[in-house]
Design a binder for this molecule. Structure first.
Ligand code: SAH
Ligand code: SF4
Ligand code: F3S
Length: 443
């Protein structure tokens, strides 16, 4: 194989994978490779997700399709790198069965240039190490980025919820150093970001020198980022209820650039199920926590994740999830059918819930969540707020961006992507709102 000249990175799964995908693209670009479509690229990185069912099968079929498409188009055989969480969990098997050129885990992708060079020289390799020294120091500088950018500050998970693969695929909780994060945030702003979303599997577990007098938590970091000129908005995700400190709650009152949005997964509404999930919070402690957040920031938009059909979940326990949803009134949420993941404790519980029951529960839950999302959007009509423009819409002159509450807002106007526009929210649909620019309104 001759050294590749073009690359393509395809990311699946969570926002952290999107961030990792961007960093891998930057690594390739720093080696002089240029970006191309999957069907043309000399090296294709599949940045995979292992969170729910059929993840591994999907990787095999993606590899097959990629090879077929390139063969048909140009007779070429691409170099294929499987990265991300499936690489970490099932890498050895994919390496031998699909004969890919590279398997690289989420903590080892800074080695990608070396692995590509080796593969080009005829030696395929697998690197799923979780080195002590973090990969971040070995990554190149940030290039041009979108107005809303991601920044990983914390990675890994020590919580071991009984259904979840993340502690195995991402490793133990680590926090990136304060100074490195501030430097990267400044570089992102220089590269065009107006909003930064701080990422972590448990982002609010971020800390530095914990348990010492100089110890700092996520709110201290946000306070420093707030001082970066040109950075208009800060968000963070995903938080764990047990790491929601008073300092972070207060930050929602005190720091204007911290957006009024909190994604705080609860997963289920029954204490028995929560215990079996090893969530280490209760229904009540979660609800009380949200009360404290709403006390300091009454307009905060709440978001959550839910799993229906955890092994052994009864009808009555599922009703507890519905009543929790009613009690909270989420602005938006994600809900999933439970999926047994290889190697996790819940996968070996005998009483798995039948698929048809899970389907029905998911439908009912999603109907309730959609109802609440629509109600939240409708309740914001009439408010004035800023919208950060992220892309153009389908109609001529239409622009689409996000409100502080992470709603999609479309508007007509003469603006550039990246502009922050003052609008009045004029009408609400289930998934987006119409904004009217305030200057246009006054004219
Ligand atoms: N760290 C975050 C999110 C992790 S994964 C948290 O603790 O909440 C994102 C979501 O995927 C989870 O919140 C959960 O709702 C869902 N999920 C994880 N494992 C799952 C599984 N085995 N089956 C179905 N959904 C799952
Ligand atoms: Fe998975 Fe639980 Fe960790 Fe979230 S807190 S990543 S759901 S183990
Ligand atoms: Fe998926 Fe890994 Fe993210 S399993 S959800 S890509 S942490």
């Amino acid at each position: 194989m001759s050294p590749p000249k073009t690359f393509h990175v395809k990311s699946f799964g969570c926002q952290m994978n999107v961030y990792d995908g961007e960093r891998m693209a930057e690594l390739m670009a720093a080696q002089g490779l240029t970006q191309a479509d999957a069907v043309d690229a000399d090296v294709v990185v599949l940045n995979t997700c292992h969170i729910r069912e059929r993840a591994t099968e999907k990787v095999y079929s993606d590899i097959g399709r990629l090879r077929k498409d390139q063969r048909k188009k140009s007779g070429k055989t691409p170099m294929i790198a499987v990265a991300g969480c499936v690489a970490q969990a099932e890498g050895e098997e994919i390496f031998t069965r699909a004969k890919v050129d590279i398997v690289v885990g989420p903590q080892a992708y800074h080695n990608l240039p070396d692995l590509v060079a080796k593969a080009a020289a005829g030696t395929p390799s697998l690197d799923t190490d979780m080195p002590l020294l973090s990969k971040f120091g070995a990554l190149p500088a940030r290039r041009k980025v979108a107005p809303s950018a991601f920044l990983t500050v914390q990675e890994g998970c020590d919580k071991f919820c009984t259904y979840c693969v993340v502690p195995y695929t991402r490793g133990a909780e680590i926090s990136r150093p304060f100074a490195a994060i501030v430097d990267e945030a400044k570089a992102l702003v220089d590269a065009g970001a107006r909003e930064i979303t701080l990422l972590g599997q448990n982002v609010n577990a971020w800390s530095e020198n914990a348990n010492t007098p100089e110890g700092r938590g996520l709110h201290d970091l946000i306070r420093d980022l707030d001082r970066i000129p040109g950075l208009a908005r800060i968000r963070y995700t995903t938080s764990h209820p047990n790491d929601m400190t008073q300092g972070l709650i207060d930050a929602h009152r005190d720091i204007e650039s911290l957006m009024p949005f909190l994604h705080l997964p609860v997963q289920a509404g029954s204490d028995r199920v929560l215990k079996a999930m090893n969530r280490s919070h209760t229904r009540d402690s979660y609800l009380r926590l949200l009360d404290r957040v709403r006390e300091v920031r009454p307009d905060i938009a709440l978001s959550g994740d839910f799993i229906v059909g955890f092994p052994g979940e009864t009808d009555a326990e599922f009703e507890d999830t519905l009543s929790l949803v009613d009690a909270v009134g989420y602005a938006q949420a994600y809900s999933f059918k439970y999926s047994p993941r290889p190697g996790t404790p819940a996968a070996s519980i005998v009483e798995q819930v039948p698929e048809s029951v899970m389907d029905e529960r998911l439908q009912r839950l999603q109907a309730a969540l959609n109802r609440d999302q629509h109600a939240f959007n409708a309740a914001t009509v009439g408010r004035t707020c800023t919208v950060l423009l992220e892309r153009t819409g389908k109609l001529p002159g239409q622009l689409i961006g996000k409100s502080p509450w992470l709603q999609s807002v479309h508007l007509l106007g003469n603006h550039a992507i990246g502009d922050l526009v003052e609008v009045t929210l004029a009408a609400a649909g289930p998934n987006s709102l119409t904004g009217i620019e305030r200057i246009a309104e006054a004219a």
